[in-house]
Design a protein around this ligand. Structure first.
Ligand code: AMP
Ligand code: ZN
Length: 466
């Protein structure tokens, strides 16, 4: 049974087969490392990981590239505002390379916390400047670009069709006036390939047009071609990439190579908060650390994301996150029950579960359906090592680190209080030592509100998860 994937380009779910042999070549747009990645960003990387794991589960090899944007991403995707890296560097009074290193390291720490497998190739934009320059020169030589006082621009009127990924109507958008009016541009939607660096721009490189830096879109085109060739299998990103970034990547590839770079384009919908977008610019984001402070493990956030298909919006709430934490704990307890189980299960039953799970996940990553099967196995009345083995097989796709779950790890987890709770317990001990009963009661209520029961006895206080 082939894997089926929804393709934004054709707007249908298609049977997937690699262009060449058994290796799937994938390009994923990675983070711009000017700040902490938030849980919304990580929804996109969890989707990327689920795709990787599903393809591997189906026996494919992967050659997967993810970029790190450390230069050239302006405040608006459509060439407006300052370079995000330079702005952060100025604000934090640091070198942009220092900023990039700091946030890249934290990004990968969080990827590990979520048990996201790393793409085979991680490509930093600043390490691929010559490839980008060459790409721009090819586009120019083919007649798809022109020079202005600001840089080298792509001429979209030279294309057979623009846009191709989104349905947006360009004329309507111009009336909406979020497009800058640059008299030198031939068409309002022409975009910068190569930007002439202002005097104070720190990151800039020699080129035939003086000191410049690359446009964000050219980065992905050049790095994708370098590692995956002119045409590869899958390109992923968030839905916000559809109207500008990916549209422009397609334009660039047509200009340089005469083709659309990827066969299948896949996009992850947004994580929302209060039913609006969660984004750095709106200042309504949470990081994994914010979740951990409230006793929610990164893997519980992963489970939370598994409650919705990647093409659907998902609304983040603390109640939902707490429910996911409880589910994770129940799942682990269920895994241990099977680990210790002694029943024998008919291999046909196991095979049936396996094929149902594989069918669900291979149907455009239908994780909600796949999780339904996982829970059926976890909750099965017969407790059996055969089911444990089956769950370990499923975990190749889920990546919930189930093989490390044991009776001992469960016990340890029960005893382990989150740092925030430990701090309140310490404060309450102090209050009791000071005979400050009002404060002690207030702190007990706080613990209860956070889902912990408090018992006071002669021996002291015990705090447990309710
Ligand atoms: P950035 O670092 O801003 O370039 O974004 C990195 C990735 O996160 C991109 O693939 C975005 O599409 C994605 N992204 C940003 N905000 C959200 C969100 N609220 N929910 C899901 N994905 C998001
Ligand atoms: Zn990209």
């Amino acid at each position: 049974m082939p894997v089926k994937l929804y393709n934004t380009l054709t707007r249908v779910k298609e049977d997937f087969r690699p262009l060449e042999g058994n290796t799937v070549r994938i390009y994923s747009c990675g983070p711009t490392v000017y700040n902490f990645a938030h849980i919304g960003n990580f929804r996109a990387y969890l989707f990327m990981d689920l795709l990787r794991r599903t393809l591997k589960y189906n026996g494919y090899e992967l050659k997967h590239v993810m970029n790190i944007t450390d230069v050239g991403h302006l405040e608006s995707d459509a060439d407006e505002g300052e370079d995000k890296m330079e702005k952060a560097a100025r604000k934090e009074n640091k070198d942009p390379y220092e900023i990039a290193k700091y946030y890249t390291d934290i990004f990968f720490r969080d990827m590990d916390r979520l048990n996201i497998n790393r793409p085979e190739i991680i490509a930093k934009a600043t390490e691929h400047i010559p490839e980008m320059l060459e790409y721009v020169q090819e586009i120019l030589a083919n007649g798809y670009a022109y020079e202005t006082s600001k840089g080298i621009y792509f001429d979209i009127s030279k294309l057979d069709k623009y846009p191709v990924l989104s349905n947006r109507k360009l004329d309507e958008q111009i009336a909406g006036a979020r497009v800058d009016v640059d008299e030198e541009k031939r068409n309002p939607y022409d975009f910068a390939l190569w930007i002439k660096a202002p005097q104070n721009h720190i990151m800039k490189w020699e080129s035939p047009w003086g000191l410049c830096y690359p446009g964000w879109h050219i980065e992905c085109s050049a790095m994708g071609r370098k590692y995956l060739g002119k045409q590869f299998d899958i390109h992923t990103g968030g839905v916000d990439h559809i109207p500008t970034h990916h549209e422009n990547e397609i334009a660039q590839s047509k200009g340089a190579n005469g083709c659309i770079p990827a066969k299948t384009w896949m996009h992850c919908e947004f994580l929302q908060i209060d039913n609006g977008k969660m984004s750095k610019s709106l200042g309504n984001t949470y990081t994994l650390d914010n979740l951990i402070e409230k006793g929610i493990e990164p893997l519980a956030y992963k489970l939370f994301c598994f409650s919705s298909h990647y093409t659907k919006k998902l609304n983040f709430t603390w109640e939902g996150a707490k429910a996911a934490q409880t589910s994770l704990e129940r799942l682990r307890a269920g895994v241990v029950a099977h680990l210790e189980g002694t029943e024998k299960i008919d291999p046909e039953v196991i095979q049936e579960y396996k094929s149902k799970f594989k069918g669900a996940i291979s149907d455009d990553l239908n994780i909600t359906s796949a999780m339904g099967i996982v829970w059926e196995v976890v909750r099965h009345e017969k407790k059996s090592r055969d089911f444990w083995n089956l769950l370990m097989d499923f975990d190749q796709v889920l990546g919930l680190d189930l093989k490390h779950v044991t009776r001992e790890s469960l016990k340890k987890e029960e005893q382990e209080l989150p740092d925030e709770i430990k701090a309140i317990v310490e404060q309450r001990k102090q209050a009791r030592a000071n005979k400050d009963w009002t404060l002690s009661d207030k702190l007990r209520d706080m613990l209860q509100e956070k889902g912990y029961t408090v018992k006071d006895s002669k021996e002291g206080m015990t705090v447990e998860k309710a």
